[in-house]
Write a protein that binds this ligand. Structure first.
Ligand code: GLU
Length: 292
């Protein structure tokens, strides 16, 4: 348990492929901020999406972190061990009338959004058009009773009524105001996943006492959703630091599919941890373009 007022950062990788240099940047940002402020940096394994993950990737992640000499403080939190905690948060939201069941498939949602002439959101994809929100209660009960597959969505209009437009702060872009209804009614749980990334991340940041969230700027928009959830769940609000992403020469974001930039392949091709760190520093000086 950290001392009151102490800074806590976190590195929260999803082991859904071999870690690449982008993950290293995220880990270093968290570690460096904690070190600079005399705080601690915790590790959280975000492994709720079992379909996308393999135990060998988790093992490889630990190997890569050890090879790089990256260390974390305290106990590692593992999301698949915490489904009961997420279920309790979900129950709380249900209790205040913020959830509704949605029977739509992804294909239906996509078709509906495209039909309405709207483009997908740049980072959040096809925002839910609200199709199931106003289903007659009898129909909802009948479909639930018949066991029809469904997810649970957060009713952002009610969130807005309840908490308004809460603020949050990003160290790169300044104070932000979250307008809950701009991000669609996000899914918080579905049959195969009793929680979603959005719910787990806010619950866990609070549980780990995270004061400062460092993560890639691809998650900037998701932070509005997280802020809305913190407001309705009464959770503390960390400071945010959405850092730049590494890109290749063509300007394309490095991703897990870029096996060549995986830490494992760099290691196997004879790079030392110091050389990887130097290349990363060079990339950051060069607008985030990773040259290797
Ligand atoms: N688990 C997410 C990822 O690996 C990061 C989540 C976060 O930093 O909030 O992309």
């Amino acid at each position: 348990m950290q001392a009151a007022g102490q800074v806590v950062t976190r590195f929260a990788p999803s082991p859904s492929g071999p870690m690449h240099v982008g993950h290293l940047l995220a880990a270093l940002e968290a570690r460096r901020l904690a070190d600079a402020l005399g705080g601690s940096c915790v590790l959280r394994v975000e492994d709720i999406d079992a379909r996308a993950q393999k135990p060998e990737w988790l093992a490889l992640m630990y190997e890569d972190l050890a090879w790089l000499g990256l260390r974390f403080d305290g106990e590692v939190m593992v999301q698949t061990q915490r489904f009961g905690v997420y279920a309790a948060a979900l129950e709380k939201l249900r209790g205040i009338g913020l959830l509704y069941p949605c029977f739509c498939t992804r294909t239906e949602i996509r078709a509906h959004v495209l039909e309405s002439g709207r483009a997908p959101h740049a980072t959040l994809g096809y925002l839910y058009p609200g199709t199931c929100k106003y289903l007659p209660p009898d129909e909802v009960q009948a479909r639930l009773a018949a066991g029809q597959e469904h997810s649970w969505r957060l009713d952002m209009e009610r969130v807005l009524d309840l908490v308004g437009c809460p603020e949050w702060h990003d160290s790169y872009r300044g104070t932000q105001r979250c307008v809950p209804t701009e991000y669609g009614d996000v899914v918080l749980a579905r049959k195969e996943f009793p929680t979603s990334y959005h719910l787990a991340v806010v619950v866990d940041d609070a549980a780990q006492g995270v004061t400062d969230v460092t993560r890639g700027e691809d998650l900037f928009d998701a932070t509005h959703i997280h802020r809305a959830l913190q407001a309705v769940l009464g959770l503390p609000v960390p400071r945010y630091h959405h850092h730049t992403l590494l890109r290749d020469n063509a300007g394309k974001r490095l991703a897990k599919r870029d096996g060549a930039r995986s830490l494992q392949s760099l290691r196997q091709s004879g790079f030392s941890p110091a050389q990887v760190m130097e290349s990363l520093a060079a990339a950051l000086k060069n607008g985030g373009i990773w040259e290797i």
